[in-house]
Design a protein around this ligand. Structure first.
Ligand code: ATP
Ligand code: MG
Length: 324
C-alpha cells in the first residue's frame, strides 16, 4: 500500500511507470550484453591466436540452462527490435553484420533466431556464393557494395568479401580463375587484400556504417557430428553436400587463413567476434549481445521534434477532435 506522502503526490500515469521499467530493463540488458560480448571481441590484436578461443562454453549447458538461454535470447531480441526501431527513425547510422564460418557452424540458424524480432522492412540478408561470370568481370567488392545497408537499416552478409582471403586463399585454383592480370598475382596478394578490406571497412565506418563481424568458431569434432546428423535425419538430408566433406580436409589451412584474417582486420570500430559455436544456444546469445553492443555505441534515440512542430501538432489535434 502507498504511504501517506506518496498518496499526496500527483498520480503518475501507469504508462510512464511501464516505460520507465522497460527503460531500466533495457539499460541493464545492454550493460550485460556489453560484458558478455567483450570476452569474444577482438579489436586490434597483432598477436591474435585462434587457439586462445574455445569452441565451446566452459561448462555444458543443462536442460534448465537451455531454458534460461532461450529466455535470455528472447529478451535480447525484444531489446534489439526496439533499437532497430530507433535506428530506422533516426535514419543516420547503418549496421552491417557479417557471418563467416566453416560449414555447419550454424550461420543460418543464428541469423534466423537473432533476427526473428527484427522488422523485415529495415533489414536485408544477402548470401554470397561462388561468384558468377558477371561478378567475375568486376572487382570482388562490387557485388557486396550493391548490398550495403542504407542509413537506418541493418544489412546481414551470410559469407562476404572475406571469402576472398579464405576459400580463394585455400584453393589457389580459384584465384587463377578470377581473371586477374597475372602480373598482380604475387606473394603479397593476401596481405594486399587484407589491407584493402581493412581500409574499405574504415571508409564504411567514416560514413556511419558500423560493422559486427561474427566468426562462428565450431570445432572439427562438432562439425563431424552435425554432418552425420544431416545424413541420418531425412529432414536434414538436403543440407548435406559432398563438397562440405571436401572442404573439411583443408581444416588446418582454413584455420590459419581465419587466424590471419582476424588478426589483420579486427579494429575497434569493426571488431571480430570469435563466438564459441559448438553450443548453438550459447552462440546465438553471444551474437545478439554483440549486435546490442554495437547499437549501444550509436547512442540511438528517436528524433526530437522542434517546439514549433509540437505546437503545430497540438493545433492539428484540436482540429481532429473538433471533427465528427
Ligand atoms: P550452408 O551452411 O547451408 O552449407 P553455405 O554458406 O555454405 O551454407 P553453400 O551454397 O553451401 O552455402 O556454399 C557457398 C559456397 O560459396 C561456399 O563454399 C563458399 O566458400 C563459396 N564462395 C563464397 N564466396 C566465394 C568467392 N568469392 N569465391 C569462391 N567461392 C566462394
Ligand atoms: Mg555449404
Amino acid at each position: 500500500m502507498a504511504n501517506k506522502n506518496e498518496s499526496a503526490a500527483a498520480p503518475v500515469p501507469a504508462s510512464n511507470n511501464i516505460a520507465e521499467v522497460a527503460k531500466q530493463r533495457n539499460k541493464k540488458f545492454i550493460a550485460q550484453a556489453g560484458k558478455l560480448s567483450k570476452d569474444y571481441r577482438v579489436t586490434d590484436d597483432k598477436k591474435f591466436k585462434l587457439k586462445d578461443y574455445s569452441c565451446n562454453v566452459d561448462s555444458d549447458l543443462g536442460k534448465e540452462d537451455k531454458l534460461m538461454a532461450q529466455q535470455i535470447l528472447q529478451s535480447g531480441i525484444e531489446v534489439l527490435s526496439e533499437m532497430q526501431d530507433k535506428l530506422y527513425a533516426q535514419d543516420k547510422w547503418a549496421l552491417l553484420v557479417i557471418f563467416q564460418a566453416m560449414d555447419a557452424a550454424g550461420k543460418d540458424g543464428a541469423i534466423k533466431h537473432v533476427m526473428s524480432g527484427i522488422n523485415p522492412q529495415g533489414c536485408e540478408v544477402t548470401s554470397f556464393k561462388s561468384p558468377n561470370s558477371e561478378e567475375l568481370d568486376h572487382d570482388y567488392l562490387w557485388r557486396c557494395m550493391k548490398h550495403l545497408p542504407e542509413r537506418g537499416r541493418i544489412g546481414i552478409f551470410n559469407r562476404s568479401y572475406y571469402e576472398e582471403v579464405l576459400v580463394v586463399r585455400v584453393h589457389e585454383a580459384i584465384l587463377k580463375s578470377q581473371k586477374i592480370p597475372e602480373k598482380l598475382i604475387t606473394a603479397d596478394i593476401w596481405n594486399d587484400r587484407l589491407n584493402d578490406i581493412r581500409n574499405f571497412e574504415s571508409y564504411l565506418n567514416n560514413n556511419g556504417i558500423l560493422l559486427v563481424k561474427i566468426f562462428l568458431n565450431v570445432s572439427k569434432k562438432e562439425q563431424k557430428k552435425r554432418f552425420l546428423e544431416r545424413i541420418e535425419r531425412p529432414q536434414k538430408n538436403w543440407k548435406f553436400s559432398q563438397s562440405d566433406l571436401a572442404e573439411r580436409k583443408f581444416w588446418k589451412e582454413y584455420m590459419s587463413a581465419y587466424e590471419e584474417m582476424i588478426r589483420k582486420t579486427a579494429t575497434r570500430r569493426s571488431p571480430w567476434y570469435v563466438v564459441p559455436a559448438d553450443n548453438k544456444h550459447y552462440a546465438r546469445i553471444v551474437v545478439a549481445a554483440a549486435i546490442l553492443h554495437a547499437f549501444d555505441s550509436m547512442k540511438l534515440a528517436y528524433p526530437r521534434v522542434s517546439e514549433e512542430r509540437v505546437s503545430e501538432l497540438q493545433l492539428i489535434k484540436q482540429k481532429l477532435l473538433a471533427e465528427d
